[in-house]
Design a protein around this ligand. Structure first.
Ligand code: NAD
Ligand code: TYD
Length: 365
């Protein structure tokens, strides 16, 4: 059996593919458009790997997706592909509508056609095709669809109303609704996860944590939006990946699962923690703290004040728990960026694109 992953050259999808290949024998077909956020260098250790097939392409290219499904007969499709950065969605929402909404719709249609043609369980031959009832479509989404919490509000439960506030979260909310509708209307066996903010290796340095690490090391200002007291709930990326594997394995069809690590932190505390770790691990020659580079800047328009995930459903029903505390995960993350300056330089310079086309020449399906 095989799984098809979309967006597997991005931050979370890339970590997921690396962990999947390391953890089991099942092959992965990895479909990614390689936008600015997709980086095949993240997957460099898989180059030539017999169980990893990389295909550059768009989830909205129905003919391509249909061909891949027919060719590889996956037992599951896991949809990570998305435009993912809130600030970019404010400046240019078009790509978010195109990929997150229209792309998800086209992907769902291609998958529905494939799934409805699969053999029923009892008819299943010994061949490669999975049975219709064992197939899964897992949609990876965000807690931002629930909107913003006040300080006294309880954390987001799966039963919370969708109240998205940014073009990004509105586009993800729309995609979640499409996935839900394809289950209720057509019976497509879907699962949806709504996760809190991730951090860890291979995170593109436009998001808060990697941006702060990279800017600190290059002597640039550390831009904190508004008063820095907005709260996010942080989860180490490998824990998100283990939650997705668990939901894929045992999640109830049509259900959504909130994923989080009970780690609510104000942004300014995150930035100060990163600075303190850098002070310890890469002290500045003049003995000053990286915190001196913190610079408060104009707030993001419509900035959500607080996100917090109630993860009791996935803990109770599926027995999932994160392995990392915030303290252990953030230390590993800072150390990873210190150890991998070439990865950062490449994603920032665009040189990785040339590298990629050379490394992967002719390897696409
Ligand atoms: P990312 O921006 O790092 O990666 C997205 C990947 O999708 C890139 O490799 C990109 O090339 C690819 N892609 C974009 N458009 C595509 C298209 N039309 N067809 C095929 N591939 C395309 O994002 P990420 O942080 O890894 O997020 C992955 C998923 O997880 C997204 O759906 C996001 O909404 C969700 N999510 C992210 C977070 C977070 O904190 N980063 C938290 C919860 C949920
Ligand atoms: P981000 O990493 O963009 O994730 P999201 O907007 O999806 O939560 O931002 C995390 C928080 O950090 C968010 O409240 C915005 C804030 N932020 C800054 O203060 N400065 C920055 O330079 C960035 C990128 C984000």
């Amino acid at each position: 059996m095989t799984i098809l992953v979309t967006g597997g050259a991005g931050f979370i999808g890339g970590n997921f593919v690396l962990d999947w290949i390391a953890g089991c024998d099942e092959p992965v077909v990895n479909l990614d458009k390689l936008t600015y956020a997709g980086n095949l260098e993240t997957l460099a250790s898989l180059q030539g790997h017999p169980r990893h097939t990389f295909v550059q392409g768009d989830i909205g290219d129905r003919a391509l997706v249909e061909r891949l499904l027919a060719q590889h007969q996956p037992r599951a499709v896991i949809n990570f592909a998305a435009e993912s950065h809130v600030d970019r969605s404010i400046h240019g929402p078009g790509d978010f509508i195109e990929t997150n909404i229209v792309g998800t719709y086209k992907l769902l249609e291609a998958v529905r056609g494939y799934w409805s043609g699969l053999p029923l369980g009892e008819d299943r031959a010994q061949g490669r095709a999975p049975a219709q009832d064992s197939f899964r479509f897992l949609h990876v989404s965000t807690d931002e669809v629930y909107g913003s919490l006040s300080p006294a509000d309880p954390a987001f439960a799966e039963t919370n109303r969708y109240e998205p506030n940014s073009p990004y979260s509105a586009s993800k909310a729309a995609s979640d609704h499409l996935v839900r509708a394809w289950h209720h209307t057509y019976g497509l066996p879907v699962l949806t996860t709504n996760c809190s903010n991730n951090y860890g290796p291979y995170h593109f340095p436009e998001k808060l944590i990697p941006l702060m690490i990279v800017n600190a090391l290059t002597g640039k200002p550390l831009p904190v939006y508004g008063d820095g007291m907005q709260i996010r709930d942080w989860l180490y990326v490998k824990d998100h990946c283990s939650a997705i594997r668990r939901v894929l394995q045992a999640g109830r069809l049509g259900e959504t699962y909130n994923v989080g690590g009970w780690n609510e932190k104000p942004n300014i505390e995150i930035v100060k923690t990163v600075c303190a770790l850098l002070d310890e691990l890469r002290p500045k020659a003049d003995g000053s703290s990286y915190a001196a580079q913190i610079s408060y800047v104009t707030d993001r328009p419509g900035h959500d004040r607080r996100y917090a995930i109630d993860a009791r459903k996935i803990e109770r029903e599926l027995g999932w728990k994160p392995a990392e505390t915030f303290e252990s995960g953030i230390r590993k993350t800072v150390q990873w960026y210190l150890d991998n300056p070439e990865w950062v330089a490449n994603v920032q310079s665009g040189a990785y694109r040339e590298w990629v086309s050379k490394q992967y020449e002719g390897s696409a399906a």
